[in-house]
Design a protein. Structure first.
Lengths: 369, 140
């Protein structure tokens, strides 16, 4: 039998006349398929305790980073930030609080000034619902200790704390010089500091040559870059259980922050006392179980999540618009989910939920006293 | 059918047909893999696939992978005390852990890949996973 030009002779009745042209693309497809099936994650994970919480770093690709150095540098940075911004332990913020109540002018510690400046802006934008000057009120509820505990403040104490409460407007600022104008000023940046810390940790990772990473501090996170060819895949935990409520795919430079009534708190006389305190009532916020905000600015995402928790089930869309956050998901006490149209396109629910769309509203939200 | 096409078909052997069929299957599989929803969730990522192991992440220590094959109990020491973990085939739970809030125990059985329980007092995260992690990070 005459062999066709280019054919591979394997068996007298087995002539690969077309096969020899198809083999290269076939092998390529096979290789692609096998690479997709490769076992093991394509990322490295690093977990350590810092900033008063569990910090989890995801690095892409796997096997190329100096994990020991990254952990060491980030731990050191976060320890400095934790000490500087701690609301009740000695540090830069503690010294600032001591000086503010004297009414005398002083130079602000460089580490604290950015938080005050940003806090003042956010307090103004939220009409006072975000108020980091209410440290005394937070402390009265038993949250200025590592394991929060009761008893909650009695009615008389609460009433006294709510008469002419301080705000960041009571800090006179001239460049780096500050002067407190309220004797009860006590700063507590619990709703803002973690956003700053996560963003600064990403800056440090970038300085260390990392291109693609996630910094997750106690569940709140932000991305650095986006792995080639795929998004970051984030599981959103159900606030009332162990399951995954939803998946959100993130691209480069996106932050995801949640404020929830389950985070820090204690039970007192069959009542859940949580750490998000409403400056209008002086009591833990009511009506929302959790608020998740997705935004490129981690500090804004952090503060907005807290503010919308305080705003409550009616006013949160208007407050979101006022703060300039478009991607919001809230969980109500009965487990129902509401989200903005911009968030709907980002979320894939892993459970049978029928979320309700809430578009930002034009009417003004209820103002703080 | 033109005369040239008929001539080509007459010269075919069964090996040619086999190669063409294989090529067709591979091309179809590639499209399915790339364009089907959740294409990257292969193997254990496929919907319905249960967890195969528990990942115990504790600050300051390397993550531990514990297979979810047989019933047993584990104890993990942390800064605040001992976290006791119960394992059954295909699932795990935080049985007891330090901390007044009971958040770790309240998570219940971790039965689907990605389910997570956290004990902040013990600086500990428990997460069940399939052969590959579904998520790059968990938001909670």
């Amino acid at each position: 039998m005459k062999r066709a030009p280019g054919a591979i002779r394997i068996h007298p009745r087995f002539s690969w006349r077309i096969g020899h042209r198809l083999l290269p693309p076939l092998l390529l497809l096979l290789a692609l398929g096998l690479s997709a099936c490769q076992s093991g994650p394509d990322t490295d994970r690093l977990s350590f305790y810092a900033f008063g919480t569990l910090v989890d770093i995801t690095l892409y690709p796997a096997g190329v980073h100096d994990l020991v150095r990254i952990e060491s540098e980030l731990s050191a940075d976060l320890a400095i930030m934790h000490e500087s911004w701690h609301a009740w332990e000695p540090g830069s913020l503690g010294r600032t609080n001591q000086l503010l109540v004297t009414g005398a002018e002083f130079s602000a510690p460089p580490s604290v000034l950015p938080l005050i400046e940003r806090g003042q802006e956010l307090e103004r934008l939220s009409d006072g619902l975000f108020n980091p000057a209410l440290g005394r009120l937070i402390a009265a509820w038993g949250f200025h200790q590592n394991e929060p505990q009761g008893p909650p403040p009695d009615a008389q104490t609460l009433q006294a704390l709510l008469v002419n409460p301080p705000s960041l407007r009571d800090i006179e600022r001239d460049g780096v010089r500050l002067r407190g104008q309220h004797p009860e000023l006590q700063l507590d940046f619990g709703g803002l500091a973690k956003g700053f810390a996560v963003a600064r940790s990403l800056d440090r990772l970038r300085d260390l040559g990392v291109q693609y990473a996630i910094v997750n501090a106690g569940g709140d996170l932000m991305t650095l870059g986006q792995p080639p060819g795929r998004p970051w895949r984030i599981g959103v935990r159900d606030p009332r259980g162990s399951g995954v409520l939803a998946q959100i795919e993130l691209s480069a430079g996106e932050a995801l922050f949640t404020s929830g009534d389950y985070e820090r708190g204690y039970d007192w006389e069959d009542q859940r006392i949580h750490h998000v305190i409403d400056p209008r009532s002086g009591r833990p916020s009511e009506g929302l179980l959790a608020v998740t905000v997705l935004h490129p600015d981690a500090a804004l995402a952090d503060a907005a999540a807290t503010t919308l928790m305080i705003a409550g089930p009616e006013a949160w869309p208007a407050l979101a618009q006022q703060l300039g956050v478009e991607q919001v998901l809230v969980v109500l006490p009965d487990g129902a989910v509401e989200l903005t149209p911009a968030m709907e396109s980002r979320v894939t629910f892993q459970q049978e939920r029928i979320p309700r769309l809430r578009a930002p509203e034009a009417e003004p939200p209820p103002h703080a006293p | 059918m033109t005369a040239s096409a008929v001539a080509v078909l007459r010269r075919w052997r069964w090996g040619d047909a086999l190669v063409l069929a294989l090529a067709g299957v591979l091309v179809a599989s590639s499209f399915a893999l790339v364009y089907a929803p959740g294409w990257y969730r292969m193997g254990s990522f496929a919907p319905g696939a249960g967890p195969t192991h528990l990942v115990i992440t504790q600050a300051g220590a390397a993550s531990q992978m514990v297979p979810l094959t047989a019933s047993r109990r584990l104890q993990v020491s942390g800064v605040a005390g001992i976290t006791e973990i119960e394992i059954e085939p295909g699932r795990a739970r935080c049985l007891r852990s330090p901390g007044r809030q009971g958040i770790c125990e309240g998570a219940g059985w971790l039965e689907r890949p990605g389910d997570i329980a956290v004990s902040l007092p013990n600086r500990l995260v428990l997460q069940v996973q399939g052969a590959n992690p579904i998520f790059d990070s968990m938001h909670y």
